[in-house]
Design a protein around this ligand. Structure first.
Ligand code: 5BU
Length: 260
């Protein structure tokens, strides 16, 4: 039987993982389930955008490897903005290799992702060594990982038994896996945050396989906790206004979902 929907405040007090608690507290306080996918290639542009949109976001999602002028100062400044505006940082790195390799990719190289990202994600395809490897690099810190259980793109192979395997893997590693990137509700348990990309106010897609659904569809029909929006906000004349629109649409759908 389906559990009664909980408010963000209730979830913050019942969830066990401190990072998940922190996220729900932010969502409650800022009345926002909106994650901005800040897919820009210039550091200053990213920081300026995040500073303007920050008040409306619960999460800022990055692709650090598309930045053309990356420097460690960029991540320091991004962390300062996270403190200023109270959001979590999610690096959408999609780790997908054996444990020892992902461990070095997470903590090492130029990006040193484990030193600044609160959340990362991983493909479950290698088996749970991918989680064990990441976990080793995150020991003692308040970090979490999302498993890519389903994708928004056309023809994705992440479905049926693969998705079920991802759920099992998450349940086996509850201390570090804080949820899923997915397109549907996978577990009736708020300890696993469901984040859904491929969201736009009007449905459709792009020329490279992306498939969009509206915030209402993502939250009410597919059970998303957090909507991830990139071009729906960034490719507009007024990204601040667009962010407010997505935030309000997402929050309204959440309020509606509590009535179920
Ligand atoms: P968009 O501009 O809203 O389409 O951007 C979506 C972002 O989410 C982009 O950074 C993708 O890399 C990311 N994404 C996605 O679109 N679909 C997925 O299934 C996963 C990530 Br996982």
């Amino acid at each position: 039987q389906k559990k009664k929907p909980q408010t963000y405040k209730e979830r913050a007090s019942t969830c066990t993982n401190p990072l998940v608690q922190q996220l729900y507290k932010i969502m409650n306080l800022k009345k926002s389930n909106l994650a901005l996918s800040v897919d820009l290639q210039n550091s200053q542009q990213i920081l300026q955008t995040v500073d303007k949109l920050g008040p409306h976001l619960c999460i800022v999602k990055t692709h650090v490897d598309i930045i053309e002028d990356f420097s460690p100062q960029f991540t320091t400044s991004l962390r300062d903005l996270a403190a200023k505006h109270n959001f979590l940082i999610f690096e959408d790195r999609k780790f997908g290799d054996i444990g020892k390799t992902v461990k070095s990719q997470y903590e090492g190289g130029i990006y040193k992702i484990s030193s600044w990202a609160d959340i990362v994600n991983a493909h479950p395809v290698p088996g749970d060594g991918v989680i064990k490897g990441l976990k080793e690099a995150a020991t003692g810190t308040n970090k979490g990982c999302l498993l890519v259980a389903e994708m928004s793109s056309a023809g994705s192979l992440a479905k049926s038994d693969y998705t079920k395997g991802a759920i099992k893997m998450a349940e086996d590693h509850k201390d570090f896996v804080i949820g899923f990137i997915c397109q549907s509700r996978l577990i009736d348990d708020y300890n696993f945050v469901h984040m859904t990309p491929g969201v736009k106010l009007s449905e459709g897609g792009d020329s490279l396989g992306q498939q969009y659904k509206t915030p209402e569809e993502a939250i009410l029909k597919r059970g998303a906790d957090v909507i991830i929006v990139g071009s729906g906000i960034l490719a507009t004349d007024d990204p601040v206004q667009a962010a407010i629109q997505y935030k309000e649409a997402g929050y309204k759908a959440y309020e509606e979902s509590l009535k179920n």
